[in-house]
Every structure is written in C-alpha cells, then in structure tokens.
Design a protein around this ligand. Structure first.
Ligand code: C5P
Length: 227
C-alpha cells in the first residue's frame, strides 16, 4: 500500500503558541511548515497598502494580484508578498486589528484555502491556523486544537511585541486577542471551532518542551497507523 503524505493540522485561538509548536515539530520531522495566519495577514497588508480595506468589489478584483510565498532563510521563515519581504510588517498592530475582518470575507477565504491545499499536495506538512483541521484538510492525520488562558496568552504576545520593539500596552494586546477570538469564532465562513477528532492542547501551564512532547506523541501514533 502507498504511504499517504502526512498532514498535521494545528488550530486554535490567537497567540496560543501554535506557530512555536508547529515550527519545532516541522523541524524535528523535516516537514514543511505553513503559517496560514501569515497568509491572511499578507492579504490584509496588501489591502491596507492599496487602500482597499472597505471596498468588497475591489477586494475581489485584487485577489488574483496577491501572491504569497514562504521562503526559509537561515532557519527563519520569510513571508513574501508579491516578491517583497513582509515578514515583520504583517505583525504590526494595524494589520492585527484588521486581519479578522478581512479573513471573514468569503472570497478571501476561498482563495487562501485553495492555495493552502495546493501547498500541501503530496507533501508532508505542518500547517497552523483556525480552520485547517475542519476546512482546509478535514482528513489530516493529526489534528491539534490549542488553547490557553487569555491573560497568559496576552502576556506572552505582549512580551514578543516588546522584544520586537513594537509600541503597545498589555491592555491593547488583551483587547486585540479578545476581539480576534470573538470574530474568528462567530464568523459565518469556516469559523474557529474544534474538529471533533482534534486533540485539545491547553498550554496555560506547559513549557515548549512539554507541548512538543504531547504533539509528537500524537504524530508518532499517526505515523504508525499510516505505515
Ligand atoms: O495565526 P494568526 O494569529 O497570525 O492569524 C491572524 C488572523 O488570521 C486570525 O486572527 C484569523 O482572523 C485569521 N486566520 C484565519 N484562518 C486561518 C488562519 C488565520 O481566519 N487558517
């Protein structure tokens, strides 16, 4: 029997540490890591830069002109928007504030989901996001749903932003996370929900290593099943 390519879907709330776990796992397994949130952020940045954030018709027309790619340089994942490195820019507060509105647009989701499915074709991948285990890859062999106490998440994100030299307050970050969670879980198009077959990983009190162990254990079971 032919071995199927492995898909590992990591979904969950904003700033739960999904990308940290996903990246570490991809590195350990030598799989490709795809940050689907970065794709929605890149679309949002494009719309902001081109002043299209309010105009649905223009957004639809712009979608074919938005090309997103990932490159790995010196172990760092680089996000390219129409060949320009936007890795840092897409983490700005202005993008964070608008991304959940943009990602609720049906046409934007359709375009991103198609691209994500193409990226995972015949490859072993780890993809993180909100709808990977439910919509993008409902047949993923491993599905993880990450969650953590909102205050703990906000403090982690605030520290990250501070390290990057971004000016913001803890209250602002907490508010942004709550707002994004609300929009992501209540939107009509593939809202953030836990797939019934996803394993819950609450990392409020877990360090990186412990989180990676939980996920790696699930992957091992799935690989054995796949063989
Ligand atoms: O993962 P990250 O927090 O960077 O994602 C930014 C935003 O992109 C999320 O708040 C969510 O609105 C949107 N998103 C999504 N579906 C995904 C990944 C991200 O709607 N698969």
């Amino acid at each position: 029997m032919n071995k199927k390519n492995m898909i590992i879907a990591i979904d969950g709330y904003s700033s739960c540490g999904k990308s940290t776990v996903a990246k570490a796992l991809a590195k350990r397994l030598n799989y490709i890591y795809i940050d689907s949130g970065a794709m929605y952020r890149a679309v949002t940045l494009y719309l902001i830069e081109n002043h299209l954030d309010q105009d649905l018709q223009k957004i639809k027309e712009a979608l074919p002109n938005i090309h997103i790619e990932f490159h790995v340089e010196n172990d760092k994942s680089i996000v390219l928007l129409n060949n320009k490195d936007v890795t840092e820019q897409i983490r700005e507060m202005e993008v964070s504030e608008q991304v959940s509105t943009v990602s609720a647009i049906k046409e934007v989701r359709k375009a991103m989901v198609e691209q994500q499915q193409r990226m995972g074709k015949n490859k072993d991948i780890v993809m993180d996001g909100r709808d990977i285990g439910t919509t993008v890859f409902p047949n993923a062999q491993v599905k993880i749903f990450m969650t953590a106490d909102p205050k703990v998440r906000a403090v982690r994100r605030f520290k990250e932003l501070q390290k990057l030299g971004k000016k913001t307050t803890l209250e602002e970050v907490l508010e942004n996370l709550a707002h994004r969670d609300f929009q992501d879980t209540t939107r009509k198009e593939s809202p953030l929900i836990r797939s019934n077959d996803a394993v819950i990983l609450d990392n409020t009190n877990l360090n990186h290593r412990e989180q990676l162990d939980v996920v790696a254990n699930e992957v091992e079971k799935a690989i054995t099943k796949n063989e």
